[in-house]
Design a binder for this molecule. Structure first.
Ligand SMILES: NC(=O)C1=CN([C@@H]2O[C@H](COP(=O)(O)OP(=O)(O)OC[C@H]3O[C@@H](n4cnc5c(N)ncnc54)[C@H](OP(=O)(O)O)[C@@H]3O)[C@@H](O)[C@H]2O)C=CC1
Ligand SMILES: N[C@@H](CC=O)C(=O)O
Length: 428
């Protein structure tokens, strides 16, 4: 049995997990695919760095071409991250007929169509299960499990770092900056964690999920993204008091052939299963017209969960090799994206306002909503504990994004509204 030889680009958090799983599960892997799987060469930035895995130093190289152009390597596993140079390596590997497995959502969200086209041209597989939601097999689920259905909503906690931060802030009152450092130390965060906390990582993942779920060619620019860096402990406490959890949600919706995709901190009703997804865990809720509600849950980041998805992709590549069916990508989009306008995007909203504490203020504020044709579900007024003013908390019924923007525009020039403290989308 000729071994299937793998070239690994990167031996950080995920790369280390891949080596561990390939070694620890070798017998089971071999049993499934009929050949041993061996890691032949590993690209790192710095060969002399101390590592928490023992690997023969002959296998390590700082020269990418020694891995990519290695004549005996069949599959390249890319877990180094980055976009420009990494894309060059992957395209070169494909043009040499090597299959590619990657965890790189940045690359797949930005250059997925080009990479998949190159793969098809050379009858190669490019599999990227680990790029979304770590250990949850959500890509395979969308592409294969739901191929018979028409998906109309994909909603998920798809970033482990931010869910870890929000959970610690909510459950332990921890400070944002401290928890971010913890998430970095645990290997959850990106090399530059700005992409986690500003919602870009989640936006990239939603680009991939919406492309696969709706079969449309979604671009990263089609996703409106807002992160958690301005979420305060107060916001989290208010959410809790009103029966909600504050979560960074990616939401992709389709109505007829119009879609909307966004990432934003969202108030999720406690009764919704996604509200109880905590720590580094991710969950993806998928609604299909035939199947109804489904939800997939698991670790969204970290060494072994992410490596599980990578090695599962490796197994898929080797099975395809045996069957001679590599390069048959069923996840390629075949429809153009038609985005909803702000008038067509609709949800409930939470608003926290600091207002003047005097007679008639509430009436003036509710009139602003009435003028924008936004109907209100609940209104709560109370003294502001820190200022001689009042706080008004409003939850709307479903309203268009455009109508809420109109309300906020009017508040800018309304003397009784001192500050719009927070505005969040509400789900559940
Ligand atoms: N961490 C996670 O939980 C998850 C990560 N991902 C994705 O997986 C990929 C890897 O993430 P992660 O393992 O956390 O990253 P790390 O930063 O832990 O590891 C990166 C590895 O790649 C090597 N490397 C980086 N740049 C270069 C370069 N230019 N040339 C040679 N080697 C290079 C580094 O070498 P050296 O060791 O010498 O520094 C290191 O071994 C990223 O795309 C990330 O987005 C996806 C899902 C979850
Ligand atoms: N930084 C990412 C890692 C996995 O994709 C996250 O926190 O989810």
């Amino acid at each position: 049995m000729k071994p299937v030889k793998v070239g690994l680009l990167g031996l950080g958090t995920v790369g280390t997990g891949v080596v561990r799983i390939v070694e620890a599960h070798q017998e089971d892997l071999q049993g499934q695919v009929g050949s041993p799987i061996t890691i032949e060469k590993v690209l790192v930035q710095n060969k002399s760095k101390s590592r928490n895995i023992s690997i023969s130093s002959d296998k390590l190289t700082e020269d990418p071409w020694e891995v990519i152009r290695h004549p005996e390597i069949d599959v390249i596993v890319e877990v180094m991250g980055g976009i420009g140079q990494t894309k060059e390596y992957i395209l070169e590997a494909l043009s040499l007929g090597k299959h590619v497995v990657t965890a790189n959502k940045d690359l797949m969200a930005l250059h997925g169509p080009e990479i998949l086209a190159k793969a098809k041209e050379h009858s190669c597989d490019v599999l990227y299960e680990a790029s979304v939601a770590g250990g949850i097999p959500i890509i395979r689920t969308l592409v294969e499990g739901f191929s018979s259905d028409r998906i109309t909503k994909i909603m998920g906690i798809v970033n482990g770092t931010t869910n870890y931060i929000l959970t610690k802030m909510s459950q332990e009152g921890a400070a944002y900056a401290d928890v971010l450092k913890e998430a970095q130390a645990l290997g959850y965060a990106e090399a530059d964690p700005t992409s986690d906390v500003e919602g870009l990582d989640a936006a990239r993942k939603m680009t991939i999920l919406a492309t696969l779920g709706f079969h449309t060619n979604v671009n990263l620019e089609d996703v409106s993204a807002e992160g958690i860096s301005s979420v305060s402990k107060d916001d989290i406490l208010y959410a809790k008091r009103l029966g909600y959890e504050l979560k960074l949600l990616g939401i992709a919706e389709r109505q007829d052939d119009l879609i909307s995709i966004s990432v934003q901190p969202t108030m999720v009703k406690h009764s919704h299963p996604i509200a109880s997804v905590n720590g580094v865990f991710n969950a993806v809720y998928v609604y299909g017209e035939a199947v109804g509600e489904t939800m997939f849950y698991g670790a969204g980041a970290g060494e072994l969960p992410t490596a599980t998805s990578i090695v599962a992709d490796l197994v898929a590549v080797v099975k395809n090799l045996k069957l001679g069916v590599n390069g048959k990508h069923s996840g390629i989009a075949f429809k153009e994206t038609r985005l909803k306008t702000d008038e067509q995007i609709s949800s409930k909203y939470f608003l926290l306002l600091h207002v003047a504490d005097r007679a008639g203020v509430l009436a003036r504020i509710t009139q602003v909503f009435a003028d924008a044709e936004v109907s209100l579900e609940s209104v709560l007024q109370q003294p502001n504990p820190t200022n001689p003013e009042a706080e008004i908390i409003i939850i709307t019924h479903d309203a268009s994004k455009a109508a809420i923007q109109k309300v906020l525009g009017t508040f800018d020039s309304l003397d009784v509204v001192h500050k719009v403290k927070s505005v969040y989308r509400v789900e559940g």
